[in-house]
Write a protein that binds this ligand. Structure first.
Ligand code: VGL
Ligand code: ZN
Length: 199
């Protein structure tokens, strides 16, 4: 049996020219499309913030992007405004094969809580509904790819492993932000959580 492919946040704002551009973010799109052919199910995630979201530096007086603040649920990196609901930046990259998606799951719509993971908001307890969807379909083996390796991909992979899924991340089809060593730290956390890193 092949794996379900979960494609994380291949959106214009995470690609070159976007508000929170990840270096080479658009370069993985052809490979991700090709991988869809082998997958037993394809799920896309979409970062989907309301204007004025609490993860935006612009929502906090005197704060700049990439600074970290304490939120009730823990430390939070403050980002440039990105992936605002309905904007061009929130749209999928034009070359991503969205036709193959069985399911598109949006996250980050709660104004007060960020959501890196496709499974839980950053409070680590409010579910997005993806776990219920996968359980209902009997899916237990996952392959994760997308953006950004050290934030949304890593958080999703760790949560999936904790939920009991057999999880692989193909790092050749991911690109990272790498803020203060966050890429190496995320890879170590994924390995500690029993996620298999390929590539
Ligand atoms: C992401 C930062 C903020 C991601 C989303 O997709 O990795 N990173 N929002
Ligand atoms: Zn975001």
């Amino acid at each position: 049996m092949t794996r379900a492919l979960i494609v994380i946040d291949i959106q214009n704002d995470f690609c070159p020219g976007g508000a929170l551009a990840v270096t080479g973010g658009d370069g993985i799109v052809p490979g991700i499309n090709a991988r869809m052919d082998e997958a037993s199910a394809v799920i896309l995630t979409q970062d989907w913030h309301p204007a004025g979201h609490s993860s935006f530096a612009s929502s906090h007086a005197g704060k700049a992007p990439m600074q970290v603040i304490d939120m009730p649920y823990g430390p939070q990196v403050l980002w440039p405004d990105h992936c605002i609901q309905g904007s061009f930046g929130a749209a999928f990259h034009a070359d991503l094969n969205t036709n193959r998606a069985d399911m598109i799951i949006r996250k980050g719509y709660n104004p007060a809580i960020d959501s890196y993971s496709a499974f839980f908001e950053n409070d680590h307890e409010t579910p997005t509904g993806l776990h219920g969807y996968l359980q209902a379909r009997g899916i237990s083996r996952l392959m994760l790819v997308g953006l950004a390796t050290d934030f949304c991909v890593a958080y999703s992979a760790e949560d999936a492993a904790r939920l009991g899924y057999d999880v692989q991340v193909d790092t050749t089809l991911c690109r990272g932000i790498d803020l203060d060593g966050s890429l190496a730290a995320a890879k170590a956390r994924m390995q500690a959580a029993d996620v298999t890193l390929l590539g």
